[in-house]
Design a protein. Sequence first.
Length: 427
Amino acid sequence: MANSPMVFMVPVDVATGLQKQEDVYKALVKAKTHKELDASSPTLPIYFVQSAPTRSNSGLQTLVAQFVSVSGKRPEQLTAADVQTFQTQIQNIQTKITRYGVSTDALATDMVKNGSFWASVASVYESSVIKANSNLQPGQTRYKAIYPKATFTSNMRAIVPNAPWVSADEKAAAEKVIAYLQSPDAQKIATELGLRPGVPGVELGAKFSPEYGVDPNAKYDSLRPPQPEVVAAMLKSWQEFAKKPSQVVVVVDSSGSMQGNKLPAVQSTLRQYIESLGPKEKIALIDFDSAIRSPIVVDGTPEGKERGMQFIASLQVDGGTKLYDSALYARNWLAYNLRKDAINAVVILTDGEDSESSINLEKLQQELGKSNFNSDKRIAFFTVGYGNEGEFNPEALKKIAQVNGGYYRKGDPATISTLMSELQVEF
């Protein structure tokens, strides 16, 4: 029905250096700054973002493309032994990661919002570049798509199953739907969304132009997938070896308003979080009410996970909401224990408005600005408003997250598990 190739999304001021590279991923193995790629580029470290290969088609395509680049082999020629041979080069690329994510559109949107010091290179679909350039505000940087010589293409297909449980009427209806999706009117809608048409002869439309950062006549070889056992070896290698480590402080509101079904749902969610910790991930758990408790450090080892379970079991509902003080305490702890080789972040879960902090929101924002993505700390903040709006201040939580390159989400007992699972993918 339509398709979109994987490309590199980059700010226009660093595009020249990347376009000069025979193979961008090979360049990313060694280069640390954009100036190393081109003398005319700014002295800007290379900050790379991609979606997580364990949760996203584009993330898995990106990981396979990296192995293809550094090995010099086609995907279908790669073996599990090749994965072991080339995983160190993949790790070198992954050291430049700022954030993993659940979707390319989300990464492209955050890249525009947060600027080049948050990410200067993103592996996304061409349609994400078009979308990003379609919504630019005055003064925001324009982005450009760099096309690899060989790349994966997302092909959106329509398939009618040939099966006994598909009736003649259902088949006829499905064929009518497909005929509509292949019609000029429907294909025009696809191009307006930044997708290349799946029907020959349909014009690309106005958005496929340099104004939107893309080349309507781009030439690239579409890659095919490796063997399943090779994909499994790549994912295992990424999780255990190549993935950038993470260190995350999880701040949990245990004030009196968390009574009822709120705390049990959070406890269950934290248990799932801890049980799924990988060998490259470490978290520090802090709970607060009128007081702020010392962090409990948890990792993917049996002993680390046991400490996490003890923390969960010890949570009790009581007291007020020292939100701003606990946010600053978490940042200060993380800044003191910063891992330069890791993604460092704070996640705050709260169901209440600040009531007992010694600092106000403005002072907190000023303090957090000292560790944002323009600093050498690069500590991200993510906030979750838990419960019913009116019980907490969503605007305050948005401001806390936006200062430090993260985002705010609203959760409740029914959605908190899914929300935290998606948040965990970022690291």
